[in-house]
Structure formats: structure tokens, C-alpha cells
Design a protein around this ligand. Structure first.
Ligand SMILES: *Cc1c(COP(=O)(O)O)cnc(C)c1O
Length: 471
């Protein structure tokens, strides 16, 4: 294992290395790039093998500590991890369910909001709490959500007294379960804003606000909770180790299939591989919004119109975290990345050079699953084994099967949401009723909702935020 504390550098190469705390509290690097570790800690096969008997929390400590050393002492990290996973409703935290010969579904939906985003946002909330307490600082979280991120961020940060949290969602355009998961959480520091616009409008307001934070009171700054925040990626590395160890790594290689939107989740898998986990293949599973699949399969990284699919949490035009991979594909040369990004913003597309493309194809396979195949996968799986998949997880499983190369090695497909979050898709697949919410959420439809409807107007939204920040 590498010793000295990991520093964080920007993918655009134009800012000084930062500590974990600064990288987490800033979100985006000052030069517009994304933070990545300057050195990736790595572990030997023996070291990894010695973790086989550890609980999820113990393993999380092993995997994450080198990344936060210097900023979070071991004892504090242990406490944070144990608090973060205490609200999960499964003893294994991330249980594996066998779905076929040497094929497994990794259930990442036992957290408080029933999607994998809880894995990172629960820890992020506690990290922020710890760092802000140390610094005697208060911050404002502002984020846009089309569904899962908002509720997971609210759940993760609701107990943090140094954080005011404002989540924008498009008014009347998120599912009822998703909206209620955000709007029924009670807390004077939690504010839901329903913007009379679409998700892009919300996201543009957040981007503009990060760019010019002068609407905030003196001494406050915005913190990002979307997957550009390095801490989110980091926390997700753990379950790759966890699942792989459970099925025989490091003695045998394993593959993963990952339902992908912004490339945050699968980038964590890529890092696990760099840290020494023997991963044979990482399958990028996309829905009809397939920019990544087009890029890997045909070197076509071009922006197309958004398609509203049955897997809304993967409906993206551009995958923000792909830049983190590009940085490695281009030998960590920030100037090349700046150039690619400039090309992309002026022309809406770029091509990878041959070396980068070959490199990417050695690491990743990709597969596109449209709505029809998503529904078929849900239906088939239920018919064969009475196992009910949510539409995102169905895409992971379908792609994992399509990209299987070696039946002797396990294929692990990530299940990123609970089917009860997406009742419409599940019913469309032929399931006869709305899948039941877990018992602990049964009261969701009776609770009072709190949100403020605001016009699609940046100044109005910023005024609302400024007026509601705690003293
Ligand atoms: C966010 C999300 C994804 C996509 O994850 P990325 O890290 O953006 O690739 C997939 N499935 C579900 C259910 C999600 O909430």
C-alpha cells in the first residue's frame, strides 16, 4: 500500500494539488476540471485476500482510509462509516443474489432511499459534518435532481447542522415516490424547490449559481452533491471489492455490468481495478441515451437529443464523469483533456485517438438496452425466477449477459434501484400490481409534503435560497 496522504489534482491540469477536504468541499476544480487522486493507492493480492472475512463496514474502512488520510483520523472514519450504513435495511448492506450460472445481482438498494446513491451520500453527509465541525464553517448544498440524487442527498445530510440543503426538481415531472421521498423529510435546514421548468432548467440554475455565488450571505459557499464530487466516487469503490471477494477474488477474476448514466458508478469500478482488484471486464450498460456505448463501440462521442426512457436515472446526453477516465486514457495530460472538452463544447462531439480508444476497449465493453429489451428482461426474469428487477437493474443484467465472454468467471450485475421506485415500468412489463414498498416506507403516501414552487427564473430561485439560509 502507498503511504503518504493522497492529494487531488484536476483533469484539466491547471490547479495545484488539494487535500481530500478541499476537494470534497469544492466539488468542481477551479480550472473547470474534475478532481482525481494524484496517486491511486494499490493493494497486493495477499492483502485483498486477507479482507475476505470482513464486514462491509470493516472493508469500507480498509478501502477508503488511504484516500482520506491526513484529513480524517482512523477513529473518526470508523465512526462515520458505521453511522453511514446503520440505516441500511440488510445485514449484508450489499447482498448478492445468484441469478444464473456464475452470474450474480448485487443489490445496492437497501439504503434509506432505495437506490445505490445512498452508499455514497450517506457517507458524504457524515464527512461534511465532520469537516465543517473541524473548520467551524457552514455551507450550502444546492443540487438539481431528476429523481434519485435529491432524496439520497437529503437523507444523507438532513442531520448536519452546518448545512442548508436546497434541492431543485422539475415541478410535476418526477415520479410520485421520488418526490415524496424528498418532500416528506422534515427538517428546518431542508428545502425542496419545485421549478416550473424541466430538469435541464434546474441543472442550468445550479451551474450558474456555482459559477457566481454572490447571492449567498457572506462566508457561505456552495457544495456539490452530484457525482462530480470526488467523495461520491470514492465511497462506491467499496462494493466492487465486497462483491468480488464474496465470489472468489482475488484468486479468480470477476466482471461487472453497471447501469450507467453519468459514469460515476462504473468509474468507481475502474478505480477498484487500478487498486489491484482483478476485474476482467467492466460492462458499460446504457439505455437509449447511448453516448458512451457509441463512443466505445464506434468512436462516436457526439451529443444527441435526450430520450425519455423507462430508466430515467440514466437519461443523460453527456456523462460528466467520463472526463475522469479520459484523463487516464490520455496519460494524465490535462492539456489534451482541455482540448477535447473545448472541441466538445464548440462542436458537440469528439473522437478519441487510436491509443486512447484501444486502451478504453481493453478495459470496458459496452451495450445499449432500449425500453423494449428492458421490459422483456424484467418480464423474463420474473417468469423464470420470480425475481423482480427495476428498469435500471434490468439494463445491467441484460448487458452483462450480452457481454459475457468467459463463463468460468463470475459476472456481477449491479442492481441500482428497488423495483418499488419505478412502479409504472414494472407494471408495463406485465407485473400485475405496484411492487410493495419496504415496510419502513409504508407510510410514505400519508405523510405531509413540503416544497416551494418557484418560477423558472434564476433570480427568483436565488432569492428564495438566500432568504432561507439559516443564521
Ligand atoms: C444514478 C443512477 C444510475 C446511474 O449512475 P451513474 O453513476 O450516473 O452512472 C443508475 N441507476 C440508478 C437507479 C440511479 O439512481
Amino acid at each position: 500500500m502507498i503511504q503518504s496522504p493522497v492529494k487531488y489534482i484536476s483533469t484539466r491540469g491547471a490547479c495545484a494539488p488539494q487535500s481530500f477536504a478541499d476537494a470534497v468541499l469544492t466539488g468542481l476544480a477551479p480550472d473547470g476540471g474534475l478532481f482525481v487522486p494524484e496517486n491511486i493507492p494499490s493493494f497486493s493480492a495477499d492483502e485483498i485476500a486477507s479482507w475476505r472475512g470482513l464486514s462491509y463496514e470493516e472493508l469500507a474502512f480498509q478501502v477508503m482510509s488511504p484516500f482520506v488520510e491526513g484529513d480524517i483520523p482512523a477513529a473518526a472514519l470508523k465512526k462515520i462509516i458505521s453511522a453511514a450504513y446503520s440505516d441500511f435495511r440488510h445485514r449484508a448492506i450489499a447482498p448478492l443474489v445468484q441469478s444464473g450460472h456464475n452470474e450474480w445481482v448485487l443489490e445496492l438498494f437497501h439504503g434509506p432511499t432505495l437506490a445505490f446513491k445512498d452508499f455514497a451520500l450517506q457517507v458524504l453527509g457524515h464527512w461534511l459534518d465532520y469537516l465543517l465541525e473541524q473548520r467551524q464553517q457552514k455551507v450550502v448544498i444546492m443540487g438539481a435532481t431528476s429523481g434519485d440524487t435529491g432524496s439520497a442527498a437529503i437523507e444523507g445530510c438532513r442531520r448536519c447542522k452546518n448545512i442548508d440543503i436546497f434541492i431543485l426538481h422539475p415541478h410535476q415531472r418526477v415520479s410520485e415516490v421520488q418526490r415524496r421521498q424528498m418532500t416528506t423529510v422534515v427538517g428546518s435546514n431542508i428545502h425542496n424547490i419545485a421549478v416550473e421548468g424541466n430538469f435541464d432548467d434546474c441543472q442550468n440554475m445550479v451551474k450558474a449559481s456555482f459559477g457566481d455565488q454572490s447571492f449567498l450571505p457572506e462566508g457561505r459557499q456552495l457544495v456539490a452533491v452530484n457525482s462530480i464530487n470526488w467523495a461520491r466516487i470514492m465511497a462506491q469503490i467499496v462494493y466492487y471489492f465486497w462483491a468480488a471477494l464474496s465470489v472468489g477474488a482475488p484468486q479468480r477474476p470477476v466482471s461487472f455490468s453497471v447501469p450507467t448514466g453519468n459514469f460515476g458508478d462504473i468509474f468507481a469500478g475502474y478505480l477498484a481495478k487500478k487498486m489491484g482488484l482483478p476485474i476482467e471486464r467492466l460492462v458499460i450498460a446504457t439505455n437509449a441515451n447511448d453516448i458512451l456505448h457509441r463512443c466505445i463501440s464506434g468512436n462516436d462521442h457526439s451529443k444527441k437529443d435526450l430520450i425519455h426512457s423507462l430508466s430515467p436515472s440514466m437519461d443523460i446526453m453527456v456523462s460528466s464523469n467520463f472526463e475522469r477516465l479520459l484523463f487516464d486514457l490520455y496519460q494524465r495530460d490535462g492539456e489534451s483533456i482541455q482540448h477535447l472538452m473545448d472541441t466538445f463544447s464548440s462542436t458537440g462531439k469528439f473522437e478519441l485517438d487510436k491509443a486512447a480508444l484501444d486502451n478504453a476497449r481493453g478495459l470496458f465493453a459496452s451495450y445499449r438496452v432500449d425500453d423494449e429489451q428492458t421490459l422483456k428482461t424484467i418480464r423474463d426474469e420474473y417468469e423464470v425466477s420470480e425475481y423482480l428487477l427495476d428498469p435500471h437493474s434490468a439494463i445491467g443484467l441484460a448487458a452483462g449477459r450480452a457481454c459475457r465472454v468467459n463463463a468460468a468467471n463470475p459476472m456481477i450485475c449491479l442492481a441500482t434501484a428497488h423495483p418499488a421506485k419505478f412502479p409504472d415500468a414494472v407494471r408495463q412489463a406485465g407485473y400485475p400490481h405496484n411492487p410493495a414498498l419496504p415496510e419502513h416506507m409504508a407510510g410514505l403516501f400519508d405523510k405531509e409534503e413540503r416544497f416551494a414552487v418557484q418560477p423558472n427564473d434564476l433570480a427568483a430561485v436565488q432569492k428564495f435560497i438566500a432568504a432561507n439560509i439559516s443564521a
